[in-house]
Design a protein around this ligand. Structure first.
Ligand SMILES: NC(=O)C1=CN([C@@H]2O[C@H](COP(=O)(O)OP(=O)(O)OC[C@H]3O[C@@H](n4cnc5c(N)ncnc54)[C@H](O)[C@@H]3O)[C@@H](O)[C@H]2O)C=CC1
Ligand SMILES: O=C(CO)COP(=O)(O)O
Length: 346
């Protein structure tokens, strides 16, 4: 039995955390950890963003209208942020993780834990983010945790309640990270199934693109429910082929995140899909959406991973064809529905 486990609310801890990424989720998760009692330093690339986080406790560019906890500081010096940190939290776009982390390999503390907040699969290697973290920082899986769940940054920045999953092969590491982010509005559950939790986070973005495209085309709730439900089936199929635990998929990181991302107009993946459905080109849709819509690139790496394992992922395939191979959006539904008859199920 390895489904999401309950974690008691933590007492404040004086853990030191470095958060890599001053974007919407990095800044918001930094606030979550500060509210849970951690000392938090954010690394960002933009001098002005870092200065306003430290001096004005605001990040108007990525989390507008939110007062951040006063103790959070930010720096453009990633090595200084990581030195001495108990937790190194990574919240940058998946495709830039390897290059960024390789430069920090020699400064991460020998017993520090790395925490991936990223929801993507690396192009070219088809690696999950915890694998990229292990390879680029040169650390073992027992020092890595993944945080994934129905966690739209904008809602959490306003301290709206939600839950999440902290996955690690080490229960001790999962508990440490869970305690470092537990608060009255943010409820972590632990789960040893790193593969399943990570795949759920990456592939739900691709499914949200499909839902967005359908909605942009004017299709309704039956279509949305069909894409979400069959999307979960294909996520599960890929996960099981990679050795994930079947119980992860109906949990918070699976169905939970799929629902949040596919339903919310704040989701960048959903929004970008919607723009495509309304007739924008991919370049126009990326520009109109802003922020990181991981599913655009990860759709290709997820499909490659599935193909290498002989796993069928028709929705992911259709998204790749529309975004990257010029398939007209009007042909998407037909591509999905004109498949040969099969029984329902995984
Ligand atoms: N925003 C959200 O609600 C959530 C996001 N995530 C995941 O967190 C990760 C980060 O997403 P967001 O913070 O939302 O993105 P964002 O677009 O808001 O911010 C991205 C940050 O990464 C930096 N960045 C961009 N390119 C970079 C590069 N080449 N090298 C180093 N840094 C770079 C940017 O300067 C910015 O600080 C993604 O994997 C996303 O899927 C996960 C859960 C919730
Ligand atoms: O992962 C998320 C919610 O859990 C955020 O989704 P988007 O990246 O599509 O905004």
């Amino acid at each position: 039995m390895t489904a999401d486990r309950d974690v008691p609310l933590a007492q404040p801890h004086a853990l030191r955390a470095a958060v890599l990424g001053a974007g919407s989720w990095g800044t918001t998760f930094a606030a979550v950890m500060a509210d849970a009692g951690c000392e938090v330093t954010i690394w960002g690339r933009d001098e002005k963003v870092c200065r306003t986080i430290t001096e004005e406790h605001r990040n108007e560019r990525y989390v507008p209208g939110v007062d951040l906890p006063a103790g959070i500081t930010a720096t453009t010096d990633a090595r200084a942020a990581v030195r001495g940190a108990d937790l190194v939290v990574i919240a940058i776009p998946s495709q830039s993780a390897r290059a960024t982390l390789e430069t920090l390999r020699d400064v991460i503390e020998p017993d520090a834990v790395a925490v991936s907040l990223m929801k993507g699969v690396e192009l070219g290697t088809d690696r999950r983010m915890s694998q990229v973290v292990a390879e680029s920082l040169g650390i073992g899986p027992e020092r890595i945790a993944v945080v994934s769940g129905p966690n739209l940054a904008k809602e959490i920045a306003h301290r709206q309640p939600t839950a999440t999953v902290v996955a690690s092969t080490s229960e001790e590491t999962a508990q440490l990270v869970a305690k470092a982010c537990a608060s009255s509005y943010f409820r972590p559950y632990t789960n040893p199934d790193v593969v399943g939790v990570e795949l759920c986070g990456a592939v739900k973005n691709v499914i949200a693109l499909a839902v967005g495209i359908s909605q942009g085309r004017g299709l309704g709730y039956n279509t949305m429910a069909t894409v979400i439900t069959r999307g979960l089936v294909e996520i599960t199929r890929l996960g099981l082929a990679l050795g994930a635990d079947a119980e992860t998929f109906p949990g918070l990181a699976g169905m939970g995140d799929l629902m949040a991302t596919c339903a919310s107009p704040d989701s960048r993946n959903h929004t970008l899909g919607n723009h495509i459905g309304r007739g924008m080109t991919l370049e126009e849709a990326i520009a109109a959406t802003g922020g990181t819509a991981e599913g655009v690139k990860s759709s290709r790496s997820v499909l490659e991973l599935a193909d290498s394992l002989g796993v069928e992922m028709p929705i992911t395939h259709a998204v790749v064809r529309v975004l990257h191979e010029g398939l007209p959006v009007d042909d998407l539904a037909a591509l999905l529905l004109a498949r040969p008859h099969k029984a329902e199920g995984v």
